[in-house]
Design a protein around this ligand. Structure first.
Ligand SMILES: Cc1cc2nc3c(=O)[nH]c(=O)nc-3n(C[C@H](O)[C@H](O)[C@H](O)COP(=O)(O)O)c2cc1C
Ligand code: SF4
Length: 697
């Protein structure tokens, strides 16, 4: 509960109404320096990259997050998520790795938290080759082809002993807050949920019995750490479906456990998709509808989440009394310095998360990355600090950046921050490149933050001059007077249906009724026909959002794709199921495992495992693959001597005009070049530090 103010607001340009965010909060025996709480999330570094992990977390503490947590940290050998590396506290060696994080977080005056957990029947156990364990022998709904061993009493004793051993190690290593984590369909929630738990002993049946396993774990951990640490429990306010329990049972559980718990960390759902809800489907603060009710059952401090980046919204939530601490996972990835920027009144510098969940996809695959923050995950291995930019080694130079899409904007921003005089040009009259039209598609408005954040910075950087609305020829670019030219001219969707399945154009794609996605936006109400076929070999969001746009303007839309599901790439961004449900609700048909062989005047010819058919179509949209717009780069490259004579010392290209990629990758590319513009060979990325080097002679 609030005790005292951490700093003096009169020393800053912070709005007084935000002062409340800088109250200290007592959490059991510990005191958080403010109300900003970096909740548990796994960046995919795991025990194999302890230094990467330590610096990553300590930078969040440096940026003002008063509590900084690990992600889920496995307590037992039958709980692991490989090939996704999660944290681990199986033994003393794991503890030593995590100690570096504790020290880094403490150095900045923040509390260090550790989320101890067990995945139960949703464990992969790829490494240990033990069977997964669950309350009952029921197949995992999250990990295909996994059926657990039904937990015996000896397993309960073993797992609870592991929890105590891990908690003791964590306390010995200086962690301030110890979780007995059960949310998100992990083992304690599995016991709590009748979906997973069909036991007929004292651990199954009534809510009291289903709660027994978790309550015993909390009691054992409390007993082990005493008042050395705060004990936190993370629980989903509502399971959001049949796999979990509803808000009423959650409230009942909170009442049962409350006397042993110092902090309640509340999130949502059992499938992660509702918890890290993407901006296409969930607005900032969306979890409050459920998490806001936990106060009914406890007067202990509560932290809640839901992509909160707006200080006014945060203040409203705190003043309403439903939360005591503002939790942030993605907001802390996108802007590790969010709390300090609010503290110092630097509101315009806040790098707001756009909720596209490239972070979840990258963490699952083994190393975090972020659209808005190219430094996320690069703090240790490349030495990139999110708010610190070394001046260029060889003094001020003039750089011409051609193309003001995501990569060009990022490159220009970082070059400007490093003291390079930058001219950022684009043939379009506004910044943003393809984000300008993409963010007008349904559910995509938060993607506009890619541009708005950088626009504010670029306009404030005295080193940067914007020249928008006129296209530069290669001649003009060469003679612009720049020492360096960076081409960032982006990419465009293929016009002729070139695709990864045939590596050839689609016959008939040159007809007038065949369009590219950007033309759907440009044409607006003029888009012809009633029945529209979208042929999708991209498998990410472009086909679904285009379909959604057309369906909402009354078209009869069908997506045809050779992939087994529409929007498959979005699954790891946690929006695949919502995408397909939304299309279904809006009458968009999805024909999967099907190729389009050719396009006729009012049909497309399809092939489903050798069965050919004709499908009616008044109009066709091709979402097949993008192609780099590298004409300017090639012309400048070919100019050779003429380019040197014009005084251009170096020519580079970044982003989609090198290879069309995810926007997180092209922003990274622009950032990387600007960070390394004064190295011997800027075009080639410097090697990065690796923590696992195999056998050392
Ligand atoms: C990359 C990533 C990894 C996550 N890993 C965990 C985890 O290990 N344990 C956990 O309890 N929640 C995890 N979460 C969920 C977050 O803690 C949080 O509940 C969710 O993202 C909603 O908060 P936000 O809107 O502030 O991101 C993860 C989220 C992200 C984005
Ligand atoms: S990748 Fe996207 S969703 Fe994740 S933190 Fe960055 S901006 Fe937010």
């Amino acid at each position: 509960m609030p005790t005292a103010r951490q700093d003096d607001a009169s020393q800053t340009s912070r709005l007084q109404r935000h002062d409340i965010l800088f109250d200290q909060v007592k959490i059991g025996p510990k005191v958080a320096p403010n109300r900003f709480y970096q909740v548990p999330y796994g960046p995919g570094f795991g025990p194999i990259k302890p230094l990467t992990h330590a610096l990553y977390r300590s930078i969040r503490a440096e940026g003002g997050w008063g509590v900084v947590s690990t992600g889920i940290t496995d307590i037992s050998v039958d709980s692991d998520e490989l090939p996704t590396p999660t944290d681990r506290l199986w033994d003393a060696a794991d503890a030593r790795g995590l100690k570096a994080m504790v020290d880094g977080v403490h150095e900045h005056g923040s509390l260090a938290a550790i989320e101890l957990g067990h995945m139960g029947s949703n464990s992969v156990t790829w490494e240990s080759r033990w069977p997964a364990v669950g309350p009952s022998q029921l197949g995992s709904p999250l990990i295909p082809n996994t059926t657990p061993k039904a937990i015996e009493h000896s397993d309960i004793e073993r797992i609870q002993a592991d929890w105590v051993a891990s908690a003791t190690r964590a306390a010995d290593n200086g962690f301030d807050v110890i979780y007995v984590y059960g949310s998100d369909s992990y083992l304690p929630s599995q016991f709590l949920s009748p979906f997973y738990n069909k036991r007929d002993d004292e651990y199954g049946g009534s809510l009291e019995n289903r709660a027994r396993f978790w309550l015993e774990c909390i009691e054992a951990v409390r007993g082990a750490v005493g008042e050395r640490c705060a004990v936190a429990v993370r629980i989903a306010a509502d399971g959001m479906g049949p796999m979990g329990i509803d808000i009423d049972e959650t409230l009942a559980f909170v009442r049962m456990a409350d006397s042993m718990v110092d902090l309640w960390d509340i999130n949502l759902g059992t499938d992660w998709d509702h918890d890290s809800g993407s901006s296409r489907f969930f607005a900032p603060g969306y979890q409050l509808e459920w998490s806001g009710r936990i106060r009914e059952a406890t007067s202990k401090p509560i932290v809640g989440v839901g992509r909160m980046t707006d200080p006014d919204q945060m203040v409203k939530i705190i003043e309403s009394g439903v939360l005591d601490l503002i939790g942030g996972a993605r907001p802390s990835i996108a802007d590790p310095f969010l709390p300090n920027k609010i503290r110092d009144g630097k509101y315009e510098e806040i790098r707001e998360c756009i909720g596209a969940n490239h972070c979840t996809m990258r963490a699952i695959k083994g190393h975090l990355g972020c659209i808005q923050n190219a430094t996320a995950g690069e703090e240790y291995r490349r030495g990139w600090h999110p708010e610190s930019y070394a001046p260029v080694a060889d003094g001020a130079q003039d750089a011409l950046v051609v193309g003001a899409g995501p990569a060009g904007m990022e490159c220009a921003t970082v070059l400007g921050r490093r003291g390079v005089r930058v001219h950022l040009c684009d043939k379009a009259g506004a910044l943003g490149g393809h984000i300008a039209w993409m963010s007008r598609l349904p559910g995509m408005s938060e993607w506009g933050r890619i541009t708005t954040y950088r626009k504010l910075l670029l306009e404030r950087l005295s080193e940067v001059e914007l020249r928008l609305g006129s296209e530069l020829t290669s001649e003009e670019a060469m003679n612009y007077g720049a020492d360096i030219i960076v081409v960032a001219t982006g990419a465009a969707w293929s016009k002729d249906g070139l695709n990864p399945f045939t590596h050839a154009a689609i016959p008939g794609a040159d007809a007038e009724h065949v369009f590219r996605p950007e033309e759907v936006i440009t044409l607006g109400a003029e888009f012809p026909g009633d029945k529209v076929i979208i042929f999708d070999t991209d498998n990410y969001l472009m086909a679904p959002v285009t379909a959604q746009h057309l369906a909402s303007s009354g078209k009869d839309v069908e997506i045809i794709t050779p992939y087994p599901s529409v929007g498959g790439v979005s699954d790891e961004m946690l929006e695949g199921p919502f995408t397909r449900a939304q299309l279904h609700e809006n009458g968009v048909r999805m024909r999967t495992d099907t190729m389009v062989g050719s396009i006729g005047s009012n049909t497309v010819q399809t092939d489903y495992y050798g069965d050919e058919a004709e499908v009616a179509a008044d109009a066709v949209v091709l979402v097949t693959q993008r192609l780099s717009d590298d004409r300017l780069f090639k012309e400048l490259n070919a100019a050779g001597d003429a380019r040197s004579k014009a005084g251009v010392k170096a020519l580079y290209r970044v982003g989609d005009c090198v290879a069309p990629r995810l926007v997180s990758d092209v922003i990274f590319d622009g950032h990387r070049l600007a960070r390394e513009i004064d190295t011997d060979e800027p075009a080639t990325p410097l090697s990065f530090l690796r923590e696992s080097r195999g056998v050392v002679a």
